[in-house]
Design a protein around this ligand. Structure first.
Ligand SMILES: Nc1ncnc2c1ncn2[C@@H]1O[C@H](COP(=O)(O)OP(=O)(O)OP(=O)(O)O)[C@@H](O)[C@H]1O
Ligand SMILES: [Mg+2]
Length: 368
């Protein structure tokens, strides 16, 4: 799958820009704040119908303007497809494929798979369980449309259930029958999500360990453990048994919204004992495993977006990563770097040809 043309109109710091990326390797080089990450974010937007950075669309419109538009022409299995995401202040966002508006954006996610590696990924290690769940949800959503639908249903029903719990607590009287009326759909969606996470995880972990061994060239044992309330007992029974506790605490105290994935290095928490380079290698290995699983399951290589990837990696690790690039493991690739000379020399040393776009204040020039 290739992105052949990308066009932005009033998206973030771009007034109007069109670019024709190389089918293989593209570099966006330019100073801090010039707009390199914004370009990757536009590609992410076309894949996921949302920004990876800012969930508030009004803030993604160029300052002083009232609407933005992102247009991408993709080629998938030799067929051309045009995807448009447009947002106008005060109106509903529009996502369109070949001039046909989507009614549900979840029908779009996964058609044009993208894997993004960004400095913000560090939040997967440092942040709460929600961040780690989101990583696996992003992967599963691209593989299985029903997963995303179930997740949306689960979150919606859970919100309603929690509102009811708060109301019970405030009024001092509880109607457990009303409460359990939500449990049926919560259980169906929750069990689907749990089973999907569990079976994905079994496939994921050996791939992840292999990538880490390769990138870090380390025998140091990395591991991930999946923790879920649903491993303890049947979900429906747990919901029923915890009603009193839920009312007391005004929230649902069991379910897949509490799942976590523990990141370990030598059986200790990675956050506590991992060096910056080890943490970065861990994150890259997570993302490369995501890439590999999508490529295998969908039979097409996702577009890989590497934002500031060279920071914090030592020369050996960069060399191993670039070897994968040179060997053609990936499909289309977009790399950003604020240090032009560094990227140019890394690619030159690895014998990799690339199309270079120099980014300056929301303007692009093709250079080399
Ligand atoms: N809605 C918006 N309208 C106009 N400019 C915006 C908007 N949102 C963000 N920007 C601008 O985009 C710029 C940041 O772009 P981006 O994050 O792509 O930079 P970068 O080139 O990746 O920088 P770095 O090297 O520091 O990562 C900032 O100057 C910011 O002010
Ligand atoms: Mg950036």
């Amino acid at each position: 799958m290739l992105l052949e043309t990308l066009r932005l109109y009033n998206f973030k710091n771009y007034a109007e820009v069109e670019l024709n990326p190389d089918p293989k390797i593209n570099c966006f080089l330019g100073k801090n704040g010039s707009g390199k990450t914004n370009l990757l974010d536009a590609i992410h937007y076309l894949a996921f119908t949302k920004s990876a950075i800012n969930p508030t669309d009004t803030q993604n419109i160029r300052f002083e303007e009232t609407q933005f538009l992102i247009k991408g022409r993709f080629s998938v299995a030799d067929r051309q497809k045009e995807v448009v995401c447009a947002f106008q202040q005060g109106q509903k966002k529009v996502v369109r494929e070949d001039n046909q508006d989507y009614l549900k954006f979840s029908d779009h996610v996964g058609k044009y798979p993208v894997v993004l590696i960004t400095p913000q990924d560090i939040e997967l290690i440092w942040g709460g369980a929600e961040q780690r769940r989101r990583f696996f949800d992003t992967l599963l959503s691209q593989l299985d449309r029903f997963y995303l639908e179930n997740l949306i249903t689960y979150n919606h029903q859970m919100k309603q259930r929690n509102t009811l719990l708060r109301r019970f607590s405030e009024s001092g009287s509880a109607d457990s029958e009303l409460l359990t009326s939500y449990d049926h759909s919560i259980c169906i969606a929750g069990n689907y999500i749990h089973q999907s996470r569990k079976s994905l995880f079994q496939e994921f972990i050996p791939k992840f360990k292999e990538h880490y061994r390769y990138i870090a060239q380390e025998s140091e044992g990395v591991d991930i453990q999946y923790r879920s309330d649903l491993e303890q007992a049947d979900f429906a029974t747990q919901l029923k048994n915890h009603v009193q506790r839920d009312i007391l605490l005004q929230r649902t105290t069991c379910g897949i919204h509490r799942d976590d994935f523990l990141f370990l290095l030598s059986r200790n928490e990675l956050k506590k004992i991992g060096s910056q380079g080890q943490q970065k290698s861990f994150l890259i290995s997570l993302k490369l495993s995501e890439f590999q699983i999508i490529a295998e399951k969908k039979g097409l290589k996702p577009i890989l977006l590497l934002d500031d990837i060279f920071d914090k990696l030592d020369d050996d690790r960069i060399h191993h990563l670039m070897k994968l690039v040179a060997e053609g493991m990936f499909g289309q690739l977009f790399i950003t770097d604020a240090r032009q000379d560094r990227s140019r020399s890394i690619l030159r040393n690895a014998g990799i040809d690339s199309k270079i776009f120099v980014v300056e204040n929301g303007n692009l020039t093709v250079n080399g």
